[in-house]
Design a protein around this ligand. Structure first.
Ligand SMILES: *Cc1c(COP(=O)(O)O)cnc(C)c1O
Length: 224
C-alpha cells in the first residue's frame, strides 16, 4: 500500500475507535480530507482510496484543482472566503465552512440561486478567545444563523470551529465543549454538521460531539 492509503486507513480506524466510545461508529463521522498545497496526483490517490469529500482553503487553488479533478468528490471551502471571490466557487463548491458574516452569506445565496443551486453553509465560530483572525462570537453566530435562515440559495447546516494550537491537545477539550453547547442551541434543521477537529485534536473533538473532521497532515504528511 502507498503511504497515503496506509495513513487514510489508520485515520479511519482512529475515527471509528473514538466514535464507538460515544455509541457511534466511523460511519457517523464525515471525513473531510484537507488538500490545500497537495498535488492533483496526491488527491487522486486519496480518491482512489474512497475519499468523497475534499477541503480547500484558497479559491484559486480550489478552482484549478476542480478543473482537473471535477465533481467526483464534494468540494468544501474551509478557508476564509472574501465576498468578491464567491462567484468563483459557487459553481463547484458543496459546502462552505467559513461563513462569518451576514453579507457573505447573502452573496453566496444570491450567486447560488442564480445558477439554481443550494449550498450548505456552516457558521465559523471563534471560541478560543485568542486573537485568531476569523470567525465570530457565540451570540453573534446564533443571531446570524437565524438572520440568514430564510435565504433560498443556502442551507445553514451547522457550525465550524477551531481550537487554539496547544502543546497538549487535551487542553482543547473546553473549546470543543463550548462549540458543541452552542451547536445544541441551533434549531433542528440547522443541526446537521458540527465541523471540528484536525490532525492534532480530532479524537478529542469527536469525543466532544464533532461529526465532521477536517484532516490533512495525518493523511498526506507534513506540508513542505
Ligand atoms: C489546514 C486546515 C485543516 C487541516 O489541518 P491538519 O493539521 O493538516 O489536519 C483543517 N481545517 C482548516 C480550517 C485548515 O485550514
Amino acid at each position: 500500500m502507498s503511504i497515503i492509503a496506509d495513513n487514510l486507513s489508520a485515520v479511519r480506524q482512529r475515527i471509528d475507535a473514538v466514535a464507538r466510545k460515544s455509541g457511534r461508529t466511523g460511519e457517523d463521522i464525515n471525513l473531510i480530507v484537507v488538500t490545500k498545497t497537495r498535488s492533483v496526483a496526491e488527491i487522486r490517490e486519496a480518491i482512489a482510496c474512497g475519499v468523497t469529500d475534499t477541503g480547500e482553503n484558497y479559491v484559486q487553488e480550489a478552482e484549478l484543482k476542480f478543473g482537473e479533478i471535477g465533481d467526483i468528490v464534494r468540494w468544501h471551502m474551509i478557508g476564509h472566503l472574501q465576498r468578491n471571490k464567491v462567484r468563483h466557487v459557487v459553481e463547484f463548491i458543496s459546502m462552505i465552512h467559513s461563513v462569518d458574516d451576514e453579507a457573505l452569506a447573502r452573496e453566496i445565496s444570491r450567486r447560488a440561486e442564480a445558477i439554481g443551486k443550494c449550498i450548505d453553509v456552516l457558521i465559523e465560530v471563534k471560541v478560543s478567545g485568542e486573537p485568531t483572525k476569523f470567525g465570530i462570537g457565540a451570540d453573534e453566530a446564533l443571531r446570524i444563523a437565524e438572520g440568514i435562515s430564510q435565504l433560498s440559495g443556502i442551507r445553514v447546516s451547522g457550525l465550524m470551529g477551531m481550537a487554539p494550537f496547544l502543546a497538549d491537545p487535551r487542553e482543547t477539550r473546553p473549546y470543543f465543549l463550548q462549540l458543541k453547547e452552542l451547536w445544541d442551541k441551533l434549531p433542528d434543521e440547522q443541526r446537521l454538521y458540527l465541523s471540528m477537529g484536525m490532525t492534532q485534536d480530532f479524537e478529542i473533538a469527536i469525543e466532544e460531539g464533532s461529526n465532521m473532521v477536517r484532516i490533512g497532515t495525518a493523511i498526506f504528511g507534513q506540508r513542505a
